[in-house]
Every structure is written in C-alpha cells, then in structure tokens.
Design a protein around this ligand. Structure first.
Ligand code: BG6
Length: 510
C-alpha cells in the first residue's frame, strides 16, 4: 500500500493507544456520529490513536463502505468539537469499513471475521480488537456470544475487549443474569462496562481533589461533614426517547449508574494505587456499605415525581404524559430524590441526599459537601440566614469547578456576617479543550486500563441500592402524578425530605 500517511497533530498527552481495530455495533446510530467518531478523531489529532488503527461499522442499514465513509464525512462537519483537518480526516476515513446486517443473525459474524481479517492486514492492527456495543441492551449478550462463537473473543498475544453500554439490566436479577451470560463467554477483564459520567474531567477530578491535597482528607468524614447532596438536574424532557424512558424512569436511568459513581468517588477510602482494581475495590466497598432501605424507609426516604406542563427556558412545554411515545396515563417517574446512609466508620450518621430530574429550572450537576456549623455563640445578633455553614461544592457540569462557601465580616462598624464564595473554574486555569467526553474512555480501552469502567460486582451493588424502591413503587403506584410543573425543582416532598432534617437543597439555576 503506497499511500502517504499524513497525521497532522497539535499536542501529545498520554500514552499512544495500542494498534487495534474497533468494531461499532449500531454504527448507523446517534452515538456513533455524535460522540464516538468525533472522539476518535480528537484522539487522532492529539496523537493518542495508533497509526495502526481501523474501524468497522456494523448496522442494519444496507449501505456500502463508501456510503458509510461519506455519511461520516458529512456528520463530522456537524459534530466535530473543532474545525476538521482535511488531511487527518482523509487518513481517518481510509481505515473505515462497513458491514450491513442484523445483530441477531448468526451468519453476520463469520462475515465480520473476514472483514476484520482484511482490516487487520491493511492497517497492521496486530489482531487487537475492541467491540463497542452501541445497541439496544437486549443485544449485548447475544452479540458477545456470537463473537465468541466465531473466535473473535479469543486472546493470545492479541487482546479482545468489549465495551458494553448501559442499561446493564433493568433490576438486580436481570443485571446478574446479564453478567453471567457475558462471563460465560468472556473474562471479566475483557468486559468494559462504560458509564459516560466517568469520562467527564470533573468527575475524575474528584479523585485529584480528595487524594492529591493534604487539606481535605483530614476533614472528609463524619466529624466535620454534616451531610452530602448530589444533584443531577436536566432542563430537557425525554426528547425522542419516550419509549425507552417510559420503561426505565429516572431511578433506573440515572441512579444505579451515574449517581452511584458520584457517590462512590466522593465517599471511597483512598485506594492503595490507581490500578483499576485498587480503585474499583474501594468504590465497590462504598456501594456495599450503603444501607438498603426497608419498605417503610422507601416511603419516608424516597420521593418520586413526574412533570406536568410548565415553562422551560421561557417556553411552554408539554407534560411528560403528552410527550411522544409516552402513554397518557404513564406512571413513570421523571424525578427522584433519596436519602441514603453509608454504614461505615467514615460516614455513619452523615446523610447522602441525592436527586435527579428532567425539566428542572437549571441544567446542573453538582455535589455539595456541607460541613458542620461552627458554634455561633459569638454571633448571637447575626440573622440566622447569614449563618450559613461552610459548603464545598464540586461543580461537575456545565460549569466545571469548585467553590467554597464561608462566612466573612460584612464591612462596617458592627460585627455582621455574610456568606461568600471562593470560586475556582477549571477553564480559567487549564483552558477548555474541546471534547466529547468519550476520548478518555475509548483511549483507556485501547491501552487496557479499566479503572474508569464498572465491574460486574459494582453494577450489582448499584442495583441493590435501588431495588427496594423499585419493589415498593411497583406495589404502590403513585397517586398524584404529575406532581411538579416543568421548570420547577421537583415535587414539594423533595424539599420536605431535607426540611424535616433542618436542611435545604442548594439550587443552581445556571
Ligand atoms: C444518560 C441518560 O445516561 O445520561 C439520559 O440515559 C441523561 O436520560 C444523560 O439525559 C445525562 O448525561 P449528561 O452527560 O448530559 O449529564
């Protein structure tokens, strides 16, 4: 092959990915064009993608490799995170292949094997493969079984890995069954269960904040921390995903996965190293230490809501029950709040409040660490609302940063207090590098680092936390849905959940 290989680049950070071929099942879908291909392009641009690389797209659409390359070339113009370099993109498209077919069809897999042989030879991928399952959850296990049946999961000096997207089951039983099916044909260290929250810089930074600084760890415990709040608020409704979402609901969609990641990183003990299992062992311990809720506790410590019509960003928006593909009498929750306890020495008696919802007034993910109040005997004359306890807020998105709230003297002759915030924004220090959020995760898979991927036991532990709520909610359907207007912070019971404990949610509208 006498082609000039041009790979212009800007910066080099990190280790070069191994030579490999990536197979994307579901290559005609949104994830591929919006995230995966732009992320691979960014990796190429940063010289983190091996030159010995190929992509094979698999999907139902009956199109040719040429068509696939053309489609991707159109889509990248829309979804690239920065202007596309023509030479680099050219280099990239030359390593794209496409195979049409049905994932359930056994005959597809021998064809895939042949095509991979060609791609491996043309691009010297050393026979290393990773398979990205951007497909409906029902296909995960059957695809891996078929890959194994034709020898595409076999490893020798080549590696074979599979990236599985959530949902990992729809409850504890189905998650266990899925893990068992996968583990019958693959080893745990070949399975990369992806949670896109772990691709977010600020989520990874929780570890840096906690373990690279001497000042936080000594006070990161029940002696100093009053409670923790985790909020994942979205302004959007269910968009075009009504049929998936109505089966899932807010609890399944966000809590056992994304929110459990945030809890475990916030609460875990320092790992002995950043090796994948060292980190994941500590995360798993936290998930196991979360006290399961009894049926009575589900009633008093969880709140569910569904949005009615209302105002979002100044626009009138429909109720959840009027969204596309949602039944008009749907009982599915679009909001959930919970109070959890972590039963270990560090966190005993420190409540973790969490909430997530669609159609909130702000798009904002943050973690609030609220410290115990100082004894305010000296400030008896100060109005109570000015005596805010210290809060450390980890802003995950869209603003990425950390802020510390503390009391300061209001200038003037009297000793009066006001709450002030000391703010750090990542962009001010490090600039913002355009990213899809998938670069790090894809790259980690290419170098065999599973730290930011979920292990089977973590997935199951996450389901254990939410199972009691799912069971009780199923037995007792909600009486009063919809119970919050679009564009508000959820049902009033969510505020009462904290008010009963003398606490209050910190809301960020931006
Ligand atoms: C997905 C959920 O996993 O995460 C969606 O299925 C949700 O319902 C999304 O909107 C939120 O991700 P992000 O990165 O926008 O916070």
């Amino acid at each position: 092959m006498a082609q000039t290989e041009v790979m212009p680049t800007t910066q080099i950070v990190g280790k070069l990915g191994d030579p490999c071929a990536m197979v994307i099942f579901g290559a005609a879908g949104d994830l591929t064009r919006r995230k995966l291909v732009p992320a691979l392009y960014n990796l190429a641009k940063s010289q983190l993608l091996s030159r010995e690389f190929a992509i094979v797209g698999v999907a139902r659409a009956a199109i040719s490799t040429e068509d696939f390359r053309n489609r991707m070339s159109q889509d990248i113009k829309q979804f690239a995170t920065e202007p596309v370099d023509t030479d680099l993109w050219e280099w990239f498209t030359r390593r794209m292949y496409y195979l049409p077919g049905n994932f359930g069809d056994k005959n597809l897999y021998p064809k895939l094997k042949d095509l991979l042989d060609t791609a491996d030879k043309d691009h010297s991928t050393h026979g290393n493969h990773f398979y990205y399952l951007a497909t409906g959850a029902d296909f995960s296990a059957p695809i891996v079984e078929q890959l194994a049946a034709v020898g595409l999961m076999e490893e020798d000096d080549r590696w074979r890995r599979v990236i599985v997207e959530k949902p990992f089951g729809h409850d504890l039983e189905s998650a266990k069954a899925l893990n068992q099916q996968l583990l019958q044909v693959a080893r745990e260290n070949q399975i990369y269960r992806i949670d896109h929250y772990l691709g977010k810089e600020t989520v990874q930074n929780i570890l840096a904040l906690r373990f690279a600084n001497g000042i936080f760890e000594p006070i990161w415990n029940r002696r100093y921390i009053d409670h923790v709040q985790i909020s994942v608020a979205e302004t959007v409704g269910v968009e075009s995903r009504g049929s998936y979402y109505d089966q899932a609901g807010a609890l399944r969609d966000m809590v056992p996965n994304h929110i459990m990641q945030l809890i475990s990183l916030t609460a875990m003990e320092p790992p002995v190293s950043f090796r994948a299992d060292a980190v994941r062992d500590e995360q798993a311990k936290i998930l196991h230490a979360i006290q399961p809720l009894s049926s009575e506790e589900v009633l008093s410590k969880t709140v569910r809501g569904q949005y009615g019509e209302g105002l979002s960003g100044g626009q009138r928006v429909p109720a959840y029950r009027s969204e596309d593909s949602v039944p008009p009498d749907s009982r599915t929750e679009t909001f959930v709040a919970m109070k959890l306890q972590i039963d270990n020495w560090r966190w005993a008696d420190v409540p973790f409040y969490l909430r997530t919802g669609k159609r909130m007034p702000g798009h904002n993910t943050h973690i609030v660490i609220q410290f115990r109040r100082a004894p305010f005997v000296l400030f008896r004359d100060t109005p109570v609302e000015n005596l805010m306890p210290n809060q450390l807020v980890l802003h995950i998105q869209p603003e990425e940063g950390i802020s510390l709230r503390f009391a300061a003297k209001v200038p003037g002759p009297a000793m009066r207090l006001g709450a002030v915030d000391m703010n750090f924004e990542y962009a001010d220090y490090f600039g913002t590098r355009p990213s899809t959020g998938y670069e790090r995760l894809l790259h980690d898979c290419m170098i065999g680092d599973a730290t930011l991927f979920q292990r089977a036991d973590m997935v199951e532990a996450g389901w254990c936390v939410v199972s009691p709520a799912l069971d009780v909610w199923k037995a007792l359907p909600p009486r009063n849905f919809p119970n919050y207007a679009a564009g508000t912070w959820g049902p009033k019971e969510a505020d009462e959940l904290l008010e009963r404990d003398g606490r209050r949610w910190r809301n960020f509208e931006k």
